[in-house]
Design a protein around this ligand. Structure first.
Ligand code: C2E
Ligand code: CA
Ligand code: CA
Length: 566
């Protein structure tokens, strides 16, 4: 019985086709495609069936060629890929990609296998690659040819955007390493990379520029860890499984190179490292540990890589504890509102307070919001906490009103997620109305990072204002988008981030910035509140600058509502 050989397909493409279209002309780009086709004919591929695929790609079915003929043709194309002659495209040289695979592979195992193979070649700038299927025994023949060989598996596991491994596969390999028993002697680390404030980079330079940065970073990590497993986890997050001993040095190189990729922004790539240990529960826990180490150095300029250590282990324990007890903490009232006074700058009189959440745990004592807010957000329970705080604040205000106090105001912090998890405007209105509290007594604080690019939130802010609540922008100035937000949203108060005051004594520019922000807000009819006031000098300066309200340790630390006597 005659054996029918699998059909072979060659994929020829011009990677910069659209650039040629845009910068020279569509006609020139199509002429280049025709030159490519002629080149294929010159290599002996003059039979078979052609079709245009995504405009810049030709698929050639090579079933008429005998096997050796097919291999020779692909070799020939691979060798010529970098030297296509195309006078029509002027100064832009077409970037040719030659791929090949069995037709069965193309059809059956991955959607868009051809597109994935091409995008892989584009990523690693490899002119020719061959996707070897199980049915083909030709691996050796390509070994010395300069043509990359990939297996179905490889392509299936590849992230087409970066050419790195997909996360699902990474976790399988990580789990494999954890399960191996000789791991103790092998010193394997899992690394977690993340770009600080990547969102701002996108906003400042465009999404295309953001993509370029990600591709660049992907390449830098892959080059720094050439013999290790490197994966693209999600947007700006990458992971490596490595047995390298000079991790710090490698990370420092990646960090520096990426900083200089865009000198105006100097993107900060941070890395957290976790050494695999025997008895580890899961691959995800290992990754969480590396991630925590990475997060712990966010915003620091003096350190690019941190290893998971005992201090972080404790923090990890607290996090998991918080995650497991979140629901209970809310229902059992372990969450309490603390109050920090807000004073009028002119008179120094207390005009209100900000409610700040505390978790008073029966087992481990008091936890700060920095520990439990992110965990509650992840668990989608944050709205319960925030409404709990609103409840306490309303009850407190009701008591104060009964005592004849009507001019006091309180502000509460809302998370961006609250708006997706409940009807915050409705919930808060009802709570106020049940206790007869005028909406004008309550202000809603939303951080600028929550507001960026969220149209839905804008509607919700308007609803709050229409319902008679004030809306305050929290942490103004610590993100990239503060000024843009002022353009798009209506606020009653700007809360100027306390970082501006930190170096005020030594840095004259901080003073100038704070004074200008206050002036600008005044012109826009927005009141100002500066947070984190700790010294008499800061207080005097703010009075002179015309700031409306102040808050900080100088006037009082956050204390339990009933004790704060506000
Ligand atoms: P925030 O809204 O910017 O709150 C101000 C933080 O600065 C508070 O930290 C406060 O204790 C601290 N602070 C106030 N004055 C000074 C000062 O003079 N010097 C210094 N160094 N710090 C000062 P806290 O209470 O740890 O809260 C941290 C963050 O957690 C808050 O930042 C807020 O974003 C979030 N948060 C707190 N309570 C809640 C809540 O009920 N709901 C939500 N969603 N977030 C909350
Ligand atoms: Ca706040
Ligand atoms: Ca703040």
């Amino acid at each position: 019985m005659a054996v029918v050989p699998p059909r072979q397909v060659a994929i020829l493409s011009i990677a910069n086709y659209s650039t040629i279209c845009n910068e020279v002309s569509a006609q020139a780009a199509d002429e280049a495609m025709e030159d490519l086709r002629q080149m294929a004919i010159g290599c002996g591929v003059d039979s078979g069936y052609m079709r245009l695929f995504q405009n810049n790609t030709i698929l050639l079915r090579l079933d008429d060629l005998p096997r050796q003929g097919f291999l020779d043709a692909i070799h020939c194309l691979g060798a010529r890929a970098r030297s296509l002659e195309t006078p029509g495209t002027k100064h832009i040289k077409p970037v040719v990609r030659v791929g090949a695979m069995s037709e069965r592979a193309l059809r059956s195992f991955v959607n868009d296998a051809a597109a994935d193979l091409l995008s892989y070649m584009n990523h690693v700038d490899c002119p020719a690659a061959f996707l070897a299927g199980d049915e083909l025994d030709i691996w050796q023949q390509f070994e010395s040819s300069g043509i990359e060989l990939m297996s179905h598996e490889q392509l299936k596991y590849m992230d087409p955007f970066t050419g790195l491994l997909r996360p699902e596969r990474f976790f399988e390999l990580l789990q494999g390493s954890i399960d191996e028993d000789d791991q103790r002697t092998k010193d394997i680390h899992v690394l977690y990379f993340d770009i600080d404030d990547f969102k701002s980079y996108n906003r400042a330079f465009s999404y295309d520029a953001g993509d370029e940065l990600l591709m660049f970073l992907a390449r830098q990590i892959a080059e720094a860890f050439p013999s290790d497993v490197v994966s693209h986890l999600s947007i700006d997050r990458f992971a490596v499984l490595t047995s390298a001993s000079d991790i710090v040095r490698k990370c420092a190189i990646v960090h520096e190179t990426v900083r200089s990729f865009n000198k105006a922004f100097a993107p900060e790539v941070k890395c957290g490292a976790f050494k695999l240990e025997p008895g580890l529960e899961s691959a995800h826990l290992a990754m969480d540990c590396a991630k925590l180490a990475c997060e712990s150095i966010k915003g620091r300029y003096d350190i690019a890589c941190r290893f998971f250590d005992d201090k972080l282990r404790e923090r990890m324990f607290t996090r998991r504890y918080v995650a497991h007890h979140a629901e209970k903490a809310v229902s059992e009232h372990w969450i309490q509102a603390f109050a920090q006074p807000v004073v009028y700058t002119r008179t120094g009189d207390v005009c209100g307070f900000e409610a700040l959440a505390r978790w008073i745990d029966p087992e481990i004592g008091m936890l700060s919001p920095a520990v439990f807010i992110p965990t509650l957000e992840e668990a989608h329970l944050i709205h319960k906490l925030d409404l709990c705080i609103v409840d306490e604040v309303c009850q407190h205000l009701a008591k104060r009103m009964q005592a004849g106090e009507t001019r006091l105001h309180a502000s509460v912090n809302l998370s961006r997620l609250d708006f997706g998890l409940c009807d915050a405007v409705q919930e808060i209105s009802t709570r106020c109305d049940n206790l007869g509290i005028p909406h004008s007594m309550l202000a809603i604080e939303v951080t600028e990072s929550a507001l960026d690019s969220d149209l839905n939130l804008r509607r919700e802010m308007d609803r709050f204002r229409t319902a008679g609540f004030e809306v305050w922008m929290d942490d103004f100035g610590c993100g990239y988008s503060s000024l843009n937000l002022l353009k798009d949203y209506e606020f009653d108060v700007l809360k100027v981030d306390m970082e501006f005051l930190r170096d005020m004594e030594s840095n004259r520019r901080s003073k100038t910035i704070v004074a200008s922000v206050i002036r600008m807000a005044k012109r826009l009819g927005i009141r100002t509140l500066v947070e984190g006031v700790e010294t008499k000098e800061q207080c005097d300066f703010l009075r002179e600058a015309g700031c409306d309200m102040m808050q900080g340790y100088l006037f009082g630390k956050p204390r339990p509502l009933e004790i704060a006597a506000i």
